[in-house]
Design a protein around this ligand. Structure first.
Ligand code: AMP
Length: 249
């Protein structure tokens, strides 16, 4: 069985995101970029399944500009077998990503597609769900545990107030949540080996997918600055302060 993993190049989670002066988006010039953290978890799970002998190949795919090759090389260094870059310099919104992944799904015929639960740049949390709908296949989103048994995969999902366990027929779409696993670091020898692993480049036109945007971002604004806090010596002072602020009677 082949496993497909979607990985996105995003602003590094340690970077303090700054809004561009014209409010058109986040400043990305000279900013550290990395693989979306949830995609690292998705990839780790796929590699573990292959290491257990449950899968034969892990294929990683990314949609984005030429620099997304770096992200794919990182994925290859972690242990993926080959990579596909669907290259475009245009903005690609979640529906277009899902359509492109559907085209790759049709071509590669994977048993499982792993994605992150969301990309930390736009926090859309849409691509996995849209991909499942486009492919007409079952989805297990926010996965914190997966167990493969023959033609079925059991997915424990993180839901409000607990977990939910669902059994999906393969092929299935799974989106990874934080607790699924702890992704490995790529070792130096594997980083070197990754340089010679196959990475093919395609374009959205190769798949006949129209990636034109379906919505326009009107403006991006930074969250309001938090007001200064107060330190209170004891509970009485806290209650007094809350009354003074009008949030307690
Ligand atoms: P989103 O719905 O945009 O929050 O993204 C959910 C997941 O879809 C991500 O964690 C990735 O696994 C995948 N994804 C989103 N955008 C891309 C992209 N440009 N290239 C590859 N995978 C993507």
């Amino acid at each position: 069985m082949k496993l497909l993993v979607a990985v996105k190049r995003v602003i590094d989670y340690n970077v303090q995101a700054l809004v561009k002066a014209d409010q058109s988006g986040i400043e990305l010039a000279n900013v550290k970029m990395s693989m979306n953290p949830f995609d690292e978890i998705a990839l780790e799970e796929a590699i573990r399944l292959r290491e257990k002998g449950a899968a034969t190949e892990v294929v990683v795919v990314s949609v984005g500009e030429a620099k997304a090759q770096d992200t794919l090389r990182t994925a290859l260094a972690m242990g993926a077998d080959r990579a596909i870059l669907i290259r475009t310099e245009e903005e690609v919104q979640p529906l277009a990503v899902a359509k492109l992944l559907k085209a790759v799904f049709d071509e590669e015929r994977p048993g499982i597609v792993f994605l992150g639960k969301q990309a930390i740049d736009d926090d859309s949390n849409q691509v996995g769900q849209m991909l499942a709908a486009l492919c007409g296949r079952p989805q297990g989103t926010f996965a914190s545990k997966v167990e493969l048994a023959g033609e079925t995969i059991t997915v424990t999902r993180e839901v409000d107030g607990g977990t939910e366990t669902v059994a999906l027929m393969l092929p299935a779409i799974i989106t990874a949540d934080l607790r699924l696993n702890e992704p490995r670091y790529a070792s130096l020898p594997n980083i070197m080996k990754a340089k010679s692993k196959p990475l093919v480049q395609k374009t959205p036109a190769d798949y006949g997918v129209d990636i034109s945007p379906r919505f326009i971002t009107l403006k991006v604004v930074a969250p309001p600055r938090r007001a200064v806090g107060y330190k209170v010596p004891d509970v009485d002072a806290l209650v007094g302060k809350l009354k003074e602020m009008g949030v307690a009677a």
